[in-house]
Design a protein around this ligand. Structure first.
Ligand SMILES: *Cc1c(COP(=O)(O)O)cnc(C)c1O
Length: 386
């Protein structure tokens, strides 16, 4: 039974800045209620400036942006595409849209992201089989950047382009450079639970201006330059609406504030709980700056006496939303039979994280009292005197 008297605390609820209505109003005043329009142009420009790239194309979702990136890299039926295994299914679904074959790469313990060791083995074997992948999709989980130096070096060595799935890491940095700007393409998501949101939406970014132009073309039904409607290739209806881009503009203005708040939420959980034996928090790699989109902790049953899954059930009964970390894609029925490269021969890091990880409420709209309620519940279930 859920407790009715307490307000539910969500994992990461949308948090408006207050300026959204102003930009939506602009769209209404000019009757620009359409995909494309001035808000879209301004939102694209603002994102490109914020992260420091030449081009950005606003689209209907992060998933659509990944799909376009694969299309632009010329992925074809039967090609292989490598992808982080510890991620949301949206990272890999577009590989299936292309009728290509995903190969999953394990995490490593320092970032929980793609293991350069596993990637190196996978690339070497692929080359040996005469089938190097057409692309590598690297995910930056929960805001933490992957080991991009090592990953880029390996991919450059084998001549494989990188797509950075930065859906969760807008506002994060790796060695002073914005997360999402390392590969041939970067992808952001503005889904309702992301650090900033347009309710639904995404952005494809690249330093290659021509590629971004091509993405806009593909995302508007691939309409040739002609007065009549003429089409010579497959296109999509993937552009962002001018109204939603207005929300995005206002949200982007408070990105830095949101990152600061997310980090403060993480720090508060960590200082209240990290001393408990068997409890640990998602690391932050040296020289990286995570937006801490979600605070994630791990729990070892041998030491705490309680399973991560039991804690999640308990919190939900207390009207607090908590979730396991993403179920690794190589464990999903959808991807049964796909090749998977572990971090080490007898060590699958992503599976361990899946069994021990808990995503805690991390909404920037959460009050101090609400977070204290979550912490008190955690201390209670871990049998620590409050
Ligand atoms: C949210 C998310 C996506 C997909 O973004 P949508 O905008 O929901 O399509 C892709 N990858 C990761 C890692 C995500 O968290």
């Amino acid at each position: 039974m859920l407790k009715e008297e307490t307000k539910r605390i969500y994992l990461s609820a949308p948090h408006m800045s207050g300026n959204e209505q102003k930009y939506i109003q602009e769209a209404f005043e000019t009757n620009w209620i359409a995909p494309l329009g001035p808000n879209v142009d301004k939102f694209e420009k603002a994102i490109a400036e914020t992260v420091g790239v030449n081009g950005a194309a606003a689209v209907s979702s992060g998933t659509a942006a990944i799909h376009l990136a694969l299309q632009l890299l010329g992925v074809q039926q039967g090609d292989t595409v490598f992808c982080s295994t510890l991620t949301f299914v949206a990272s890999a679904n577009p590989i299936l849209y292309m009728n290509a074959e995903p190969v999953f790469i394990d995490s490593e313990p320092d970032t929980w992201n793609m293991s350069p060791k596993a990637l190196s083995r996978a690339l070497q074997e692929a080359k040996g089989n005469g089938k190097t992948p057409k692309a590598v999709i690297v995910v930056n989980l929960y805001g933490q950047s992957a080991k991009m130096d090592e990953i880029m070096q390996l991919c450059n060595q084998y001549g494989v382009p990188v797509i950075e799935d930065a859906a969760e890491s807008l506002g994060s940095y790796y060695k002073g450079k914005a997360s999402g700007t390392f590969g041939a393409f970067g992808v952001y998501s503005f889904n309702g639970n992301k650090i900033i949101t347009t309710s639904g939406g995404g952005m494809l970014i690249s330093s290659n201006r021509e590629a971004i132009e091509k993405a806009r073309f593909l995302a508007t039904q691939a309409r040739d330059e002609a007065v009549h409607y003429q089409h010579s290739q497959i296109g999509y209806n993937y552009r962002m609406s001018n109204i939603l881009a207005g929300i995005g503009r206002a949200q982007l203005e408070v990105l830095d504030e949101r990152v600061e708040k997310k980090r403060a939420i993480f720090d508060m959980y960590q200082s209240a709980l990290a001393h408990i034996k068997g409890v640990a928090f998602m690391p932050e790699l040296e020289e990286t700056y995570s937006n801490r989109w979600l605070t994630v902790m791990t729990v070892e049953k041998e030491q705490t006496g309680v399973l991560a899954s039991e804690i999640i059930v308990y919190l939900n009964r207390e009207n607090i939303e908590a979730r396991p970390v993403w179920k690794p894609l190589h464990m999903q029925p959808l991807f049964q039979g796909c090749t998977y490269y572990k971090h080490e021969e007898n060590r699958s890091v992503s599976e361990t994280l899946f069994h021990s990880g808990i995503c805690l409420p991390s909404g920037t709209g959460m009050s101090y009292e609400e977070q204290q309620r979550v912490i008190a519940c955690l201390l209670h279930v871990l049998a620590i005197p409050v």
